[in-house]
Design a protein around this ligand. Structure first.
Ligand code: SIN
Length: 277
């Protein structure tokens, strides 16, 4: 197995491993260390069916139960699909994952990681962008770090300030998803100890104790700072990619910039995380 960094700060590709075969403890530990070090792992040349995806992602942690079960695969509901072929009830095409975000931050214990496995890709485009929130935090002026360190953000399923609209939750899903949770605006990675900006434009409704006149410009300023190109890794998908990223220290976004006559379909699994501190 070979692990090759893709940028100086984010992303590594993993070559020479077949996840349909048993993985020994040393290799598993190496993969988990590489995940914490590089934040995005693109494991190349995998061709996994849903049970094999579950076995492969089990190398990195426990499955997190996703909030909107409408995307669950009928025969393997722990795996969801991402597809550009779904529409909102008003007929508008739904492109999952557009706009910068981190996954399911409206959970009390948001997923530490999300895994996508490419099943069908468009000929061109449909990249996933990642922005490194630890690099962005470290590059903030000291006064901004001191300002955001004590702040708590209110995360909900769908922020009223979000430009991106999510698919509604069913009544049953609504019952098990918290109405609102509080997370620190700057969180410490439980494994690396690095501090990151923890924002989510589609989920943050406000900042505790600040009125919107103060909170919204601050959130906007943090997003503009954190998503500068110098903090990014842009993943151009290849057939067979299994990509795993760390939601604790990254924002990501999908790009709906390809021929919508072509299908983009990936399996999606998330891994359980801790309470952010
Ligand atoms: C997501 O936000 O989970 C989807 C990313 C993608 O489809 O590229």
């Amino acid at each position: 197995m070979e692990i090759r960094p893709l940028t100086e700060h984010t992303g590594a590709e993993v070559l020479g491993i077949d996840l349909t075969r048993p993985v020994d403890a040393t290799t598993r530990a190496t993969l988990n260390r590489a995940f914490v070090e590089h934040h995005v792992l693109a494991i190349r040349d995998q061709h996994l069916d849903p049970p094999q995806v579950l076995a492969a992602v089990g190398l990195f942690g426990e499955i997190f139960h996703q909030h909107n079960t409408r995307f669950a695969l009928p025969d393997c509901p722990q795996i969801h699909y991402l597809s550009n072929q779904d529409s909102f009830p008003d007929g508008k095409r739904y492109i999952p994952g557009e706009g910068w975000h981190t996954d399911h931050s409206n959970d009390t214990r948001p997923p530490k990681a999300t895994v996508l496995h490419a099943v069908t890709l468009p000929d061109q485009g449909g990249d996933t962008q990642f922005a490194n929130m630890a690099e962005a935090y470290a590059a903030l002026p000291a006064a901004t770090r001191a300002r955001i360190d004590p702040l708590m953000a209110i995360h909900v399923y769908q922020s009223s300030h979000s430009a991106r609209k999510l698919m509604d939750l069913s009544a049953t899903n609504k019952e098990r998803v918290p109405n609102a949770v509080l997370h620190p605006l700057a969180r410490t990675h439980p494994e690396s100890g690095a501090k990151s900006i923890y924002i989510n434009p589609i989920r943050i409704e406000g900042l505790l104790g600040l009125d919107h006149k103060e909170a919204l410009p601050l959130l906007h300023e943090l997003l503009e700072h954190a998503t500068q190109e110098k903090f990014q890794y842009r993943h151009a998908w290849k057939p067979g990619d299994l990509v795993l990223w760390d939601n604790r220290c990254l924002l990501h976004k999908a790009n709906g910039d390809y021929d919508m006559g072509q299908t983009r379909y990936l399996y999606r699994v998330m891994l359980q995380g801790d309470v952010p501190h």
